[in-house]
Design a protein around this ligand. Sequence first.
Ligand SMILES: Nc1ncnc2c1ncn2[C@@H]1O[C@H](COP(=O)(O)OP(=O)(O)OP(=O)(O)O)[C@@H](O)[C@H]1O
Length: 992
Amino acid sequence: MPPPLLSSQKAAILSSLNDAQRRAVTSDAPTVAILAGPGSGKTHTLTSRVVWLVDHVGIRPEDVIVATFTVKAAREMKERIGKALGNGREKKIVLGNFHSIARRYLAAYGRHIGLNQKFGIADDADSRAIIKRICNRKPVQPDPAAVRAWISKKKAKGTEVDKKNARKDAAKNKGLQDLEECYQEYQSHLEKSNLLDFDDLLVKCVELLQKFPSCVSNIQTVLIDEYQDTNGIQYELMKLFAQRHKRITIVGDPDQSIYGWRSAEVKNLWRFLADFRATAEISLEENYRSFRSILDLSLLVIQQDKNRYKKMLKPIHNRGPRPVLRKLKSASAEGDWIVSEIKRVMMMSGGMLTNNDVAVLLRSASLSRHIESALGKAGVAYKMIGGFKFYDRVEIKVIIDYLRVIYQPENNDALGRIMNVPKRGIGEGTIQKLHEEARQASISVWALLSKHSRGERTAKTRIAAPMEQKIVTTLLRPLDIIRKKIGESAGPGGTPFGLVEVIEQLLSSIEFQKHMQLTYPDDHEQRWANVQELVSLAADFVRDLAQSGEDDILPEIEGLEQAKETEVLPRFLANVSLAADAQTGDKDEESKPVVTISTIHAAKGLEWPIVFVPAVYNGSIPHLRAEDNDEERRLLYVAMTRAQNLLYLSCPVFCSDGKEDGPPSRNQLSPFIEPINRAFANKGPCLDRPVMSEIAKVLGRKLPSEDDIFRELPTMFSIEDNIFPVDPEQKQTDSTNEAPRAAKRPRLSGPGHQTNGEEIPWKKEYVTTMEQSTAFTASALPGFVSASTHQARIAAEAAVNEALKAAEKAEKLKKMTASKRPLDQTSILGFVKTASSSSSSQLLPTSNKPRAATTKTGYSQFSFPRSSTSTQPKPALEPELASHKLPTGKAIINRPARPAREEEVKKKQYPAFSSSPQRAPPAEEELEDVDEEPPEPTRAAACMHTTTFTSLPHTGFNRGVKRPPGLRREGEIAPLDKLRKPFRPLTMNKGR
Ligand SMILES: Nc1ncnc2c1ncn2[C@@H]1O[C@H](COP(=O)(O)OP(=O)(O)OP(=O)(O)O)[C@@H](O)[C@H]1O
C-alpha cells in the first residue's frame, strides 16, 4: 500500500472535476456505471479514476486493466494517464483496445489452451481472401461478404449466447448448414496457418480465462471506455478480466452506440446493471464541449428516438451561432462551399483558428471525393481518418505480407499475395493450383514448394517445374536467407539482425524500389517515401520496445508459466494488424495544420471547434443499405456533437448518380433533419467580434485584435457566407413567373454554379488549368476587382469613411431612439436587403448612407463589395440579390405571434445599444427559434461596430452572449430545457 496521498496531490486529481465527476472518480462502489451524453467528460472522468485508484486507493498499475474501443483512444488515454501519474507508471497498466489486451494474454499464456505460441493475426484482408476461396469451392457459391459477416457475428456474440442458440440454429434450414460448413472450413484453415482473426483473439482469450482464471488473478480493477459499443464477447471478457475482485467501472453513452454492424449491443448496458445490482450509477450532466445551440439541435435529432435511454445534458457554454443547414446545387458545389467557408472562418479568426480545428465528417468514406477535390484545388492541406490508412496503402501492405511470410511461411494467403509482386510472371491460376494442391496434401504452400524444390514432385503436381523453380529462386530463397539470419542472430554470439535490417535486406533482395518505378511511374517517389516511412516506423517501434523494457510484460502469476515474447518481428506485425484503426504515417501532421476528413465512425470520442457534416440526405444518412435507422440517427448525433463552436450540415440538392445524360435526380433531405430543418440557419453565421470572442473563450485562446484581423483580410474578402446562393434552385424559380433577379456573383470555380446568369453544366469537371487557376489566384476571392479599380475604390472609400464616421454617430443615436430598424436586422448582408424591391439599384446602398459595418478602425473592406463608388459591374452584390429572401408576408399573416415579436424586437434593440446587460429572451422566443427559421437579416447596422452590442434576440448574433444570471424567473424552464429534462432519469428502457 503506498503512503496516503497528500491533500495537495488529492486536490490536484480532483481539481479539474465537477461534483458528479468527482463522485464517479472517488466512488467506493465495486461497480460504477458512468452514463452520460457527449462532451460531458466521460473519458476525462475515467482517466482521473485510474489515477485515483492507483495513487489514492493504492492499486498497482499492473493490476489495472483499461479497455478502450480503438487503438487511437488507447494511445490518447495512456498519454493522459501518463501525465497525471508520472514516472512512466502508466506503461505498466494493461491498457489497450480489447483485441490488443486479448493478444497480450494469449501471447503470454495461450499455450495452456494449446495455442501455438507463434500465432499470427489474420487481418480483414486475410480473412476476406480465405472466405472468398472457400465460397468459390462450393457448388452453390454463397456471397463471401455475407458469410464473413455471419461468421464474425457468430463469434462476437460470445460463448454463452452461442450455446443457447446452438440447438435453435441446428434446426434451421440448409442455408444455415452451408454457413456452418464455411465456418468450419474457415476455422480449420486458420488453425492450419496458425492464424487468429480479430474475433478469435477475443474468443480464445475468453477460453483461456475461463479455463485458467489465475491468469488474471492479480487484476484488482477493470475500466471500460465507450462501453455502449462493446459486443457480447467483449462483455464476457470484461467479466472474466474482473472475475477475482469484480471491480468494474464502465463509461458510455447509449446515444452514441454506432457499431451495431460490429455486433455491438446496446443491451449490454442493462445486462451490466442486471448482473451487478449494486452498481453505482452516476450521470454527468454538464456538456463542456459545445455551444448551447449545437446541443439543442443535436438533442432534437436524438430525441426522435422514443426508446432511448434518456439523460440530462446541460450546456455550460453560451448559445453561440446557430448551426447551419446549407443547401448546395451539387456535391462538387458542396465541396467548394466547404472550402470557402473554411477560408472565411480562418480569415475572420485572424489565425486563432487553424485548419487543425476543422473536421469534415462523412457517413461513408466514399463521399470524400468531392471534398478532397475541392480542398486539393484550393491547396488546403488535409488528412484522412478512417479512410485510406497508412497500413492500407498497396506498397505497405506488400511489405507487411512479405514480413508475415518471413515470420510464418505457412501463411498461405500472405504468400499467395506476394507471389507475383514484383512481377514474376505467375498468374492467379498458378497460385490457385498451388493452394489447391497444398490443401489436398494438408501442408502449407511454402512446404509444398520447398518439397518440390528438393525434387520431390509427384504425379499430382500441377505446376510446371520451370515455373516452380522461378518462384523458389526469386521468392523462397531470398526469404529463407533472411529467416536464417534472424535465427542466427537470436542464437549465442549471433550477428545482430534487427527488424530494420530485415526490412532493408528484403527491399533490396526483391528490388522493391525498381518495382515501384516500373509499376507506378506517376507516383513511385511518393510510394517509395511511404516505404521509407515504414522503415522509420519500424525503427521507432524497436526503440520504444527497448525503452519500455519489461513494462509491457504481464505480471508473473505464481504457478502459471508465462511465455516471454522475445522476438521483435511478431510483435511488430501484431502491432500493425491491431493498429488498423489508427492513422499513422504523416510526420508532417503535427507541424502543419490540416483539415481532418473522417468517417463519423472514426470520429467517435473526438472533438473539433468546427465540424462539417456534408451529404445529409436520405440514402446517405440514413444510409441506403442501413438496417437500423435508429443507429443511423445516432451516427448523425455523434457527428453533430463533435462540434465545439461551429456546426455545418449541408446537402446537395441534386445527385449525379453517374448518369451522363438526362436531368440529375433529386436528393431528399435526411428524415432526421427534415422535421427540424427550420431550426437551422440557412447559411454560415456572421463571424463578428462577439461570436469570435465567445469561441476564443470556449477554446481558451487569445483572439487577435480587430486591427490585426482586418489587416490580414484580402481586399474584397467576403465576410459573409454569400458566394453560393442560399437557394440553389433559384434559376428554375426565376424562369417561372417571378420578376427577373440580378445576375449572381461569379463563383470561385467548378461546376454547378452560375456565371453572369448563365448556368455552367452542373456536372462539368475541372479540366482546364484556367478553370483551376481560380482556386489559387486572387480572383478566387469573392468580388474580385482589377488593381486599378481597387485603388480608385480605396481612395473613394477613404473619403466616404471620413464622412461616415461623423454620420455614423448620429445615425446610431437615431436608431436607438426611433427603433425603426426592420425586423431581424443584424448582419451586414442584411444591409443590402433592406429594400424589398426587385430592382437592384434600390438594393444598393448609396455611398453617403451611414454604414455600421465600417469599423472604428476605418477598415473599409467590408463595404467594398457594395460600394456605389465602384466602377466594377456590381461584383459582390448579385448573389445577395439572387439569394435574397425577404421575410414573407406569410409568416406575419399566419402567425399572430409576429407582431408581438416585432414589439419585442423593438424593445430588445435597446440593450443591444446600451452598456446595460442584455435581457434574457423569454422562453417562448427560444421555442420559436427552433420551430421556425427566422427571416433573413435585413440590415447590417451593428454587427461590425466595435462599440455596439451586436446581439439581437432572434438571430445568430445573440448566441455568443451570456445570459445575465438571475434574469430568468425562478423555477421557469425554457421549452428546450424541458426537452433536456430526463423523462426517467437513470432508468433503463429494458424493453429494447
Ligand atoms: N470538469 C471539467 N471542466 C472543464 N472541462 C472539462 C471537464 N470535464 C471534461 N471537460 C472537457 O470537455 C471536453 C469533452 O470531454 P471528454 O472527451 O472527456 O467527453 P466525453 O464525455 O468522453 O465525450 P464523447 O462521449 O462525446 O466522446 C474535453 O475537452 C474535456 O477536456
